[in-house]
Every structure is written in C-alpha cells, then in structure tokens.
Design a protein around this ligand. Structure first.
Ligand SMILES: *Cc1c(COP(=O)(O)O)cnc(C)c1O
Length: 461
C-alpha cells in the first residue's frame, strides 16, 4: 500500500529545499547529459521502484541537472520565475487533476479561468468583452490568435476556411515586421499561411516596426489582410508604435495582431503603460503568464476582440459534449481539448500580488535593468547597444581588435562562472549579451553581483 501523504510530503520537502538554496547555487546546470542519463536511465525496471526511490532520484538529479531559472540571477531568454503563491497553487492543480476542457468536468477551474481572464484584461487595459484562451505559451497564443484572424478575414471575403480549407481561398496579405518573433512565422507556417510569402516591414534601430513603411505598404490595398505587430522586442525590449499601427490597420480593414509575450505587462505599470498605448484597438493580443507574470510553466494567454471568430476557429462542435446552461467551456477558445487547470496558478499570482504588486514587479525589473545598464556603461570597454526602455539590456565588449570575438568570450566565461546566466544574441549583425530581468526575487544586490560578473568576464584572460 502506497502511503500517498508521506510521498507528497517528501516531494514537498525536496521542492522547498531546492528553492531554499536556489539563490546561492551555480546558476547554470553542472551535470552533463551523460551524467544525467547514467543517474536516471537504464532499462525500464520490470518491477516498479517505490515512489520514494523515484522521487529521491529525481530530486537528487535536479540539484545539478536543472538550471536555476527560479533564482534571482537567471537572466536568460525573458524566463521569469514563479511567485510562491502560484507554485503552491500549481501543486493543488496537480493534486486535483482536473480536466479544464469543459465546465462540467470542473466547475471550479472553469470559474477560476473566467475570473482570471477578467483580471488579466483589466490589468492589460483590454476591453471586458474580449475573448480569452489559456494556452501553453505565447507560441500557442500567437497560433490561436492568427487562426481567429484567418477565420475572420476570410469570412469577411465570403470564404469558410474551417470547412473549405485554403485551397481556392482568397489570398490573405500577411504583413509582419522584420523583427517579428520566430513564433509568429511558426504559427503562420502551421496555419497554411506560409512563413516566407509574408511581406516584411523594416524596423528602426531599436527594432520597432516603422509605421511610415507600413502605411506605404498598405496604401490603396483591399481584401483580406493580417498585420502582426509586437509589444516588447525579445532583444531590445522596444515596442512597435501600436497606436499608429492600429490607425493604419483600421483604415486598411486589416486584422491587427500584437505579440506581447512579455511586453504586454508594461500595461500594468502606470509608468510604462504608455508603451502599449493603442493595444485595446488591436484585434488580438498574445502574451505569456509564465514569463514576466512569474507563474510556473506552462501558461500563455490569447485575447481577441472577436469572440465569435475566435470560437469559430477552434470549435468542431462535437455532438457528444453536453451543453450546460450558459457557462463557458474553456476548450472553445484553445486548440487543445483536455488540459490542466493552468489558469489557477495565474489566479494565485494575481490575487497574491494585487494590482499594485504586479505594477511593482514590472517597475522593479525595469529599474534594475537601468541600474545594470548604468553600471556597465560606466566601464570602459563595455557598451550598451539598446535604449533600455524596459527590462532588457544588450551589452557588448568594445575593447581589443575583435569586438564580436571578445563579446563571445565574455559570454562563455560568464556562463561557466555561474554567478548569473544570460545568453548571447545577435543584434544588428553584432554579437551581444542579452540580460533580461524578469524575476520577482531579483534584488539590487543581485544586479550588482551580475554586473560584477559581467565586468570580470569581459576582462578575464
Ligand atoms: C518568448 C516569446 C514568444 C514565445 O513564447 P513561448 O511562451 O516560449 O511560447 C513569442 N514572442 C515573443 C516576443 C517572446 O518573447
């Protein structure tokens, strides 16, 4: 007989010990893939191991095999951590094991999803009437939004894409930015809209789509059109001029989609909300909860101004689903059927932080980014190559004969040294270190340690 309670307590002890030391450990993983395979692999046992053995083995391997993305000095890829209430709520979700697809399978999760959707819209400055779907991440959110867009613009042209497919359909003019995130192209690929037949609008030196170039590209055109803009460039943190782009799209009759994977949360801060001005005039918005909102994986969110088009793009209308009263079925707004109650940790994060707490989180990360940029800019031999408008800092070594090689060597040293972790990127053809500050637990002292480590790595032999 398995003692479930003692096993769950054991896992909780491992988890809390893991998190208790997260700020002090080497930030990168220190175990190799082979070491991990040796520790956890081998043939599937004929007779099962006890739960204790399994959980202990995983917890032990996690000490060196995980990356400390939950820690305060992980600055890679705009990852974010998870606020404690959301981690705890996620444990409840696993214990409940609810299917969040339809209301009748879990009234609790369906209602929490409704409440959370409303709170998110109010934080992001989006109208209450918009539809919402909770997906795996911003890739899923971009996909879902663009599926709704595809439905909407083709329906307006008299074509039912869900039943007829794209063969013989009116062509859709898909317009993206030169700096659109690759998940936009992935979504277009999967939707049969083609990753390469799109028109690309040039971006300015900060990576913002040029509104004048968009206006010229769309002038005098008609017919189905989808424009993809971005709130938060994954390198520089810059925002496309959404207000102007919304005007141009209105005039053209185009569907405007905004990828706001992390940048949407600028809307939650009174000091940064101007960056997303006009986003309430978009037709769809995609974002992540698991990045800057500091919720555990996985959770992205899609919002659209057109609930009927959103639903039409997702629902097959399966006859065996019993329609309960007037309650919303969560699966009507996502590509998945069965799924976990991923809105519950978002609810917990929002309720535990409150409106003020989310604004503080955004502001604090932005202030820390500025603090780091100021510090590094003061060093001779280092250059900040972006305008730090949000939580992203791009830094480059500008000493010695070969700045790209010196920058790459600095990144390599930094990652191996383990005080912090940030990734390399290419910005305007130049190598750069990209530092993203998006974790609730990062302090000024952490940022100063990160700054020291970057300076040390830039001057290391
Ligand atoms: C991270 C990111 C995505 C993809 O989000 P996932 O959660 O990884 O699916 C899309 N767009 C932008 C701008 C991003 O930063």
């Amino acid at each position: 007989m398995i003692d479930r309670a003692s096993l769950l307590h054991r896992a909780a002890t491992h988890a809390t010990n893991y998190l208790a030391t997260i700020a002090d450990r080497h930030v990168g993983a220190t175990a190799t893939a082979d070491q991990l395979r040796q520790h956890l692999g081998g043939p599937l046992p004929q007779a099962g191991d006890s739960g204790e053995v399994v959980i202990d083995a995983l917890a032990h391997a996690a000490e060196r095999g995980t990356v400390a993305t939950q820690g305060p000095r992980y600055h890679g890829f705009v990852v974010g951590g998870s606020v404690p209430a959301s981690t705890a709520a996620d444990w409840l979700v696993s214990a409940w094991d609810q299917n969040a697809g339809v209301h009748v399978l879990s009234p609790l999760v369906a209602v929490v999803e409704d409440i959370t959707a409303g709170w998110l819209k109010s934080l992001a400055g989006l109208p209450e009437s918009w539809s919402t779907g909770f997906v795996t991440g911003c890739q899923g959110a971009n996909f879902t939004a663009l599926a709704a867009a595809r439905h909407h613009v083709l329906a307006a042209a008299g074509w039912d894409v869900e039943t007829q497919g794209l063969f013989g359909a009116p062509a859709i003019d898909v317009v993206v930015s030169d700096e659109s995130h690759y998940t936009i192209f992935n979504a277009l690929r999967m939707l049969g809209l083609g990753a390469s037949r799109v028109r690309r609008i040039p971006a300015d030196e900060q990576g913002r789509m040029r509104a004048d170039a968009l206006r010229a590209a769309l002038a005098n055109d008609s017919g189905p059109c989808i424009v993809c803009a971005q709130a938060g460039n994954v390198n520089s943190g810059a925002f496309d001029p959404i207000d102007q782009i919304a005007d141009i799209c209105r005039q053209r009759g185009a569907w405007l989609h905004v990828d706001g994977a992390f940048g949407l949360w600028a809307a939650a801060s009174p000091t940064r909300a101007h960056l997303v001005r006009g986003i309430d005039r978009a037709d769809s918005v995609a974002t992540d909860a698991h990045k800057w909102l500091n919720v555990p994986y996985d959770c992205g969110v899609v919002f659209t101004a057109h609930p009927a088009s959103h639903r039409a793009a997702m629902v097959m209308g399966a006859a065996y689903i019993v329609e309960t009263a007037a309650e919303r079925d969560p699966h009507d707004f996502v590509p998945e059927e069965s799924r976990r109650g991923r809105a519950v940790p978002v609810y917990a994060a929002l309720r535990s932080m409150g409106r003020q707490g989310v604004a503080d989180l955004v502001d604090r990360c932005c202030q820390l980014a500025t603090r780091l940029a100021d510090r590094l800019q003061a060093e001779s031999g280092l250059t900040i190559v972006n305008d730090v408008v949000l939580n992203q800092v791009l830094v480059r070594v500008t000493a010695g004969p070969d700045h790209d090689a010196a920058t790459r060597a600095m990144i390599d040293h930094l990652q191996k040294e383990g005080t912090c972790w940030a990734s390399g990127t290419t910005w305007h053809g130049m190598a750069a270190l990209r530092v993203s500050i998006s974790n609730w637990s990062t302090t000024e002292a952490d940022i100063d340690r990160t700054g020291d480590a970057i300076v040390r790595s830039a001057t290391a032999e």
